[in-house]
Write a protein that binds this ligand. Structure first.
Ligand code: AHG
Ligand code: MN
Ligand code: MN
Length: 341
């Protein structure tokens, strides 16, 4: 009889914890707790059509965006899951104006802070398309035994100790990195465990997919417009024209391009002059994953995403990420035409 051996997320985390230079057990436990919260959110996402959790919550988040019921549910799930761990002293989420500090003695001794987009791609919730959760973990800068401070959260992306996402798609996956490559785990609903399914993910150096909301075309920087035309031109050796694929969930768009090769672009637009995506809980974790998989992430203004020093919690930046050669090419176009903007 052939026995199919599965490696669960928790087994994998423990197996790898000797790779962490410090605080081995704590980070492992924190990652496990994120996995548990993800399973609870997954359970609700999966039955979203059946129970009364679709639609608007009637509230707006700090950025004036309307919140869905699931946005609020996911936000609360992750906050409460992290609050009880004792490893995490505070959290910043897309749905809350200020940082949330955990005030118990246990939590005040927590070495880590978490930034999180609890539900990414909310506009897709009601139509059964893929959505996600994105998270990043940093070591705190403030002293142990105190409440977390804003400065703990305004750290460059290079200081992430772990980052990842959960995609609630045709199957549910958790993909994460601790700076030693990227690994993907698929939730096996029959045993309720994330199982290693995509070890050591490497993204192709180039691909044939470009992902961008072309409805905003008229207000894109000139170089981005020219790059899109380049993607659409015929050229056999570079497999052009490329295919356009855009779901409107960063997690889902990035995940597809990570596995297949491609580029994701969210430039500045009329509504979002500095780009729409948020540095702390969207761009930084995705950039960390992209780089760890051999890809690239930049803001098109000459900066590597991970090097940007955050100025505020909800800061937005233009975002270009994916296969290295494709991001290089997009940057080349943006740079060449920047004086025309
Ligand atoms: P969120 O649902 O967390 O607010 O994020 C939505 C983001 C991101 O997932 C996606 O890439 C982008 O918004 C889509 O924006 P457009 O609808 O402007 O294309
Ligand atoms: Mn998002
Ligand atoms: Mn969100």
């Amino acid at each position: 009889m052939v026995r199919h051996i599965v490696l669960t997320l928790n087994e994998f985390i423990i197996e790898r914890q000797s790779e962490f230079p410090y605080a081995k057990g704590e980070l492992s436990r924190l990652l496990s707790h994120i996995g548990i919260a993800a399973k609870i959110v997954n359970r609700e996402v999966n039955k979203a059509g059946l129970v009364n959790i679709l639609g608007e919550s009637g509230m707006e988040n700090i950025q004036g965006e309307s919140q869905k019921i699931l946005d609020v549910f996911a936000d609360q799930q992750f906050i409460s899951a992290l609050k009880v761990t004792g490893e995490c002293c505070g959290i910043a989420t897309e749905e809350n104006e200020n940082i949330i500090t955990f005030k118990t003695d246990l939590a005040k001794d927590g070495k880590y802070i978490v930034t999180i987009d609890p539900l990414d791609g909310s506009s897709n919730i009601d139509v059964n398309a893929s959505i996600g959760t994105i998270f990043a973990i940093y070591r705190r800068l403030s002293p142990l035994g105190h409440e977390a401070m804003l400065e703990d959260f305004l750290q460059e992306g290079t200081r992430q100790v772990a980052a990842g996402y959960i995609i609630y798609g045709s199957s549910t996956m958790m993909v994460y990195t601790t700076g030693r490559g990227v690994n993907g785990f698929t939730l096996d609903p029959s045993i309720g465990e994330f199982c290693l399914s995509h070890p050591a993910i490497q993204t192709p150096t180039t691909g044939t997919i470009y992902s961008i909301n072309e409805g905003n075309y008229i207000k894109f920087p000139e170089g981005v417009k020219k790059y899109i035309k380049y993607c659409q031109e015929s050229d056999k050796p570079t497999n052009r024209p490329y295919s356009s694929r855009y779901i409107g969930s960063l997690v889902a768009d990035f995940h597809r391009n990570l596995l297949k090769g491609g580029i994701f672009l969210y430039p500045s637009t009329e509504s979002y002059p500095t780009g729409k995506l948020r540095l702390l809980y969207e761009c930084n974790p995705i950039a960390f994953l992209a780089e760890q998989a051999g890809g690239k992430a930049c803001d098109g203004l000459g900066n590597r995403i991970l090097d940007i020093k955050p100025q505020s919690l909800h800061q937005r930046v233009p975002f270009y990420t994916g296969s290295r050669q494709m991001v290089d090419k997009a940057e080349e176009f943006i740079h060449k035409f920047e004086s025309n903007d």
